[in-house]
Design a protein around this ligand. Structure first.
Ligand code: ATP
Ligand code: MN
Length: 461
């Protein structure tokens, strides 16, 4: 008999024999009859297995405890219990793996997120993490679908990079050298010319620069891959290894860029509501009572579109004691971003035209000589979810900026050539995948929306 998944069984008609396989969530009952809630990961819902205690060996029955893995064959029958249409009247039970109840770390009582992080190998077995990772999957799929349906190409940009143009100081070095015995050059420094790649290499902080190369030939591309930042920020919004979606589009100006950012994020939220409702409902009940309303609210409202200068004006007029001072030229801090989104505009906010000095070298310079066409998208409770810009496509301006900043021009020769040959206006942005999942699931800590988080001093599993 072929195995069927719980998700399908829940909506199928009773009156036939079925085979399910899964893990015991709970068991209750009496000497005569036992009720086992079995979950196979296909849905937040468990299927109820009804066991006639007289019909099975006592030795076997003793092993059916929370966490054990079973295969159950039986008749799918109409359920008299509340909340489920069908249940299984067990005829045959095979125990794949018992789970000693004295030792199994997951108990029926709620566990703290901190504790569950310590048992990240088992936390998938909880309702919360099952929901989070099903939603994470759905979002990854929807991202590919969104771009594919619109003619964007998925471009695989490198994970090992030879340029540190973007991430000076926050990159993870990649080397095959023995750190205790690395070859030295004549000045006593490490001689990277003898390393694996013949130069210094690092894990990428962004696929953007390579993504631009793709866009300036293929038109519209996106990357979706892991990125690495060795920033020592122990916050609920930062990981050392995270996933980023980076669309890059020829012929888009900053307004087209904003339109895409708004359309993409709304599409993804709609996709979650349409395809993950059971899981969202569970998270809404257990984690964050405002979740589903908040998702709907974002869909029903246009994002505010303001400039950095307007944002600073709003913040200066606010009747607030800021921890970090507000002033034109200073970067916006989380407290400022959250005020704008949660208290002032009360919807997602897209801020453009930041001071040149606080943004990256490749952003398009405005005619005022002071600002660049940067774009940050801020979400309620998350803060920055997207960072992007229209790119500087003029060779001379870019060259001047690189010099001003004292950047390693020679590493960027290939980047500059696209401005030399057939340059074009273009734009792009980076959407932090885990920040999106935080917003869609209502989870509070970014460590709880990636299967195995990497953060300072933590790389278990
Ligand atoms: P922040 O100011 O929040 O550190 P950033 O300005 O460094 O963000 P970008 O370099 O613009 O961010 O990266 C694009 C997006 O990637 C961000 O908008 C955010 O969603 C996500 N992101 C950036 N750093 C991290 C991180 N350490 N962990 C998880 N996501 C991140
Ligand atoms: Mn950062």
């Amino acid at each position: 008999m072929p195995r069927e998944k719980v998700k399908q069984l829940m909506t199928s008609e009773p009156g036939r024999d079925v085979l399910v396989k899964g893990w015991v969530r709970t068991r209750r009952g009496s000497k005569q009859v036992s009720f086992v809630a079995l979950n196979d990961g296909s849905t937040i819902n468990n299927i109820q297995v009804v066991i006639d205690m007289q019909a099975f060996d006592e030795d076997k029955l003793r092993l059916i405890t929370t966490g054990a893995c079973l295969a159950v064959e039986g008749e799918l029958v109409k359920s008299e219990g509340r909340g489920q249409k069908v249940e299984i009247q067990a005829k045959k039970i095979e125990i794949y793996g018992p789970a000693n109840p004295e030792k199994y770390p997951l108990q029926k009582k709620g566990h703290s997120m901190e504790f569950l992080r310590e048992i990240a190998h088992l936390r998938f077995r909880t309702n919360t993490f099952g929901a989070v990772f099903r939603i994470r999957h759905a979002m990854a799929y929807a991202i590919h679908k969104y771009f594919n349906d619109r003619g964007f190409y998925y471009l695989h940009t490198p994970i090992i990079t030879g340029s540190d143009a973007e991430g000076a100081g926050e990159m993870f070095r990649v080397t095959t050298f023995d750190l205790n015995d690395a070859p030295r050059d004549k000045n006593g420094g490490v001689d990277y010319s003898r390393d694996f790649f013949g130069k210094e290499t690092n894990l990428t902080v962004s696929g953007q620069l390579e993504g631009e190369m793709g866009a300036l030939s293929l038109g519209e591309i996106y990357t979706f891959g892991p990125t690495f930042r060795a920033e020592n920020s122990n916050t609920p919004r930062h990981l050392a290894e995270f996933w980023m979606i980076e669309p890059e589009m020829a012929f888009y100006d900053i307004d087209d860029n904003m339109d895409l950012a708004e359309d993409l994020t709304k599409y993804l939220i709609t996709y979650a509501l349409d395809n993950c409702y059971d899981d969202l409902e569970f998270l809404n009940n257990m984690i964050d009572k405002g979740l589903i309303d908040r998702l709907r609210f974002v869909l029903d409202n246009e994002y505010a579109r303001i400039t950095y200068t307007q944002a600073v004006d709003v913040l200066l007029k606010a009747d607030k004691q800021w921890e970090f001072p507000v002033g034109w030229g200073k970067d916006l801090q989380a407290e400022h971003e959250r005020y704008l989104v949660e208290q002032y505009y009360k919807r997602p906010v897209m801020i453009t035209d930041y001071p040149m000095d606080i943004k990256a070298f490749y952003m398009k310079q405005n005619d005022d000589g002071k600002t660049v066409r940067a774009l940050d998208v801020l979400f309620p409770f998350i803060g920055e979810i997207i960072g992007g810009s229209q790119r500087e496509e003029e060779y001379d301006k870019l060259e001047r900026r690189i010099k001003e900043l004292g950047m390693p021009r020679e590493q960027l020769w290939w980047f500059m050539e696209t401005r030399k040959f057939g340059t074009a206006p273009h734009s792009g942005f980076g959407l932090g995948f885990e920040r999106l999942i935080l917003f869609v699931t209502g989870m509070k800590n970014i460590r709880d929306v990636i299967p195995f988080p990497r953060t300072p001093r933590s790389a278990e599993f």
